[in-house]
Structure formats: structure tokens, C-alpha cells
Design a protein around this ligand. Sequence first.
Ligand SMILES: Cc1ncc(COP(=O)(O)O)c(C=O)c1O
Length: 432
Amino acid sequence: MNTPAPPAPSLDQIRAQFPALSSSTAFLDNAGGSHLPRCVIDAMTRYMAESFVQLGGDYPESLAAAENVAGAHDMVKLLLNAHDAGEVVLAQSTTSLCHLLASCYERSPRPDRNEIVVCTAGHEANIGAWMKLAERGWVVREWRAERDCKSDTRGVAQGSWRILPHTLRALLSERTRLATFPHVSNILGEIVDAAEVAAMAHSVGAKVVCDGVAYVPHRAPDVARLGVDWYVYSTYKVYGPHAAALFGTREALAELEGPNHYFIPRDRVPYKFELGGVNHESCASINGLWEYLCFLAGEATLPARRDGTRARDRAIVERAFGVMERLELATQSMLIEWLRARRDIDIIGPTHADARRVPTVSFVVRGQSSRALATRANRDGLAIRYGHFYSKRLVESIGLEPDDGVVRVSLVHYSSPAEVTRLIEWLERALA
Ligand SMILES: Cc1ncc(COP(=O)(O)O)c(C=O)c1O
């Protein structure tokens, strides 16, 4: 018989974990970077106070430092459901990881496969790095977001801008080496069926690079189930430090040379892809996330992660993200339903408020500048932003002036109904 899951903490208990949420500002800009729970902050300071030394020694502090770095790779492995920690590369940002990957592909050309399909509806991090390969003789094909002309049977409104996997098919061929795309656009908010994209690319022998930055703050990806070859995300959007992680399957990693020193063997993954030392204090924070996920999952004590069984640890991760999803669905529908009811507002992206999207919601007010509106909101204590959010090509293709762009409200699980109500009431006054 299944034992029932322990009760999840209340929203008040969750918010109490985040020191920054005691501010009077309503923080609705989480897609730019989330706040950190106290345990994640403490893990970093503890590490810096106790074992901030170089790896490779046999003295206790150096062994602790090595355990910290290995632990962070293992934590990402668990979060993404990778097979082993050797499939996880850590670095400073998603942008730098995409550039690193692109330069590795550039140095491992295959004349029979010199085409790349790039989804231009994503963040520039996973576009520009690949576009540059066109200067080196690669053929780059653009996969664009489209206005969905049919209202689909699942209720996505007609006319929504979407990234539609079936529109990728015509761009793929036996010459395609890679297809790159976002798991969620940081403007549109809808979850792209990454498994479908990966299967389509694999059917012609191509690999995929999925940008999970806008997805992982909301759901725990399962790279094994999705079947993606590469998956990248930024830890500072997932209640952690300014750093990023790249998953690659063993096969995808082995195909490339890796940029590290000549004496680092080719089979030493992930080290052959990690230039210099990884950021130890970031690793400590990444490790600290385990404590927060256990808290969200309702675990009464803190189970030792690396001593536990993989299935138990993954179940805790999935329960924690299940709690996040339930909380987010409530605030997401409050916001979207209000926006949808306004005749003077256009939501950019699908307008449904269900689990097929995340609560990163962009809109424009007809006849009004996004900049002016967001700036006024900021002055009144509402942290929202405007612009193209580095998804400039998407915003341009929608026909918006990119510097003014959209107003974006981005919630996560700790965003409260009271904060959303405060924003809605402010918008009602501002647009009256
Ligand atoms: C969807 C998406 N991809 C990539 C990035 C770039 O991440 P980083 O700042 O780690 O380079 C961002 C940053 O906002 C993003 O939203």
C-alpha cells in the first residue's frame, strides 16, 4: 500500500523561508531571477567560512570542497533526472554554456551534416551562438513562432503566438546536425512539447539543444523521458546562485572534443567542458536547494541526499515541484482571467491558464507604452518589467517595437494571491 505524501507547507510558511520577501515591494519579476530561501544562502556562507580551499588535497577542508563540487553536479543530475553526474557541466551562465557548446560543434564539423535549425522565438542565448556558425559555412534555418490560426481542440485561443513542433518538420533533413529551441519562451509562457521536438529531430539523426531556463523554476524536467540530448538552465532562476548547468547525454558529450587543457583526457566528463574551477560558493548554494525541496515536499527531517536511493530522492524533487505547480496554477489563473477580460489588453502568447503554461505572462495595453506602464508600477512598489527580455527576434516578429516590447509579469510558487490582487487593483486604477 502506498504511504500518503506528507502535508505540504502553507504559502505563509513558504514565504517565511525567503528573507527578500519581507520587502514591501511585490516581487513579480521572477523570470528575471528568483529570490533565495534562507537555507540556500546559509549553505553558501557556511561553505565560504569552513572549506573555501582548493580541490585535490587530502586534508579535511579540501575533501569537503571536493565533496561540495561533486555534490552540486549530483544535485543538478537529480533535478533533471540525468543518469549520472558526469553528464552535468557547470558554468557561469546559460549564455556562456550555449557559446561553449556552439564552439565545440564548430570544432567538430561533419561535412554530411552542416545544418542547424534554430528556434528564433527563444532567448538570444540559444540563438546567437548558433547563428554565428553561419559565418563558418554552416547552414542555419530559422524556426519561427507562428500565429496559430485554428483555435485548437484544447482551448488555445485563435491567433495566439506559439512555438508549434509540427512547423519544425519541414526544416529538418538528413543534413541537420542540431535543432535548438526553448522549453518555454520567456515571453510566451507556453510549454513546448520537448519530447515531440526531440523525437522529430532524432528521426533524421539530428540532436537537440533545449533551453530550460524559463521552465525549471516551475517544473522538474525529466531529461530521460524527454529524450533531449542537451538541456541547459540557469540556477539563479531556480532559487539558487548566479550560475548555470548543461546536461548532455554521454553520447552527445563523447562526440565533442571539449575546450579544456590538452592533458585533460577526452573521456573526463564533465571536466573536459569546465574551463577552470567551477564556482565553489555557487556549488554550495546549489547543494542547499535540496533542503528547500525537502521542506516543500513536507519531509519532517532532512534526508541525506547522496546516501539515499535515487528513486526516493527523485520522488522528493517531484513532490516539491508538484507543490510549486499547484500554488502557481492558482495565481496564474487569477492574473490571466483578469487580463483576458480586458478589451484594452492583448496577452502575448496563449491565453489559457492551465498546466500547459507557466506563470510568465506578457501583455501589451493597446495604445500605451509598456515602458511607461511598467515604470509607473515600479514607482508604486510593483516589481514588473517591460521590453524584449533578450527575446528580441520574437518581439520584432510579433510586430512590436522591441525596446518598448511587452509588459511581463512573472510569478513563481511563492507569489501570493495578495500580490496578484495588488497588481490587478493597481492596473485597474492606472488604466481607468
Ligand atoms: C529563457 C532564457 N534563456 C536563457 C537566458 C540566459 O541566461 P543567462 O543569464 O544564465 O545567460 C535567459 C535569461 O533571462 C532566459 O530567460
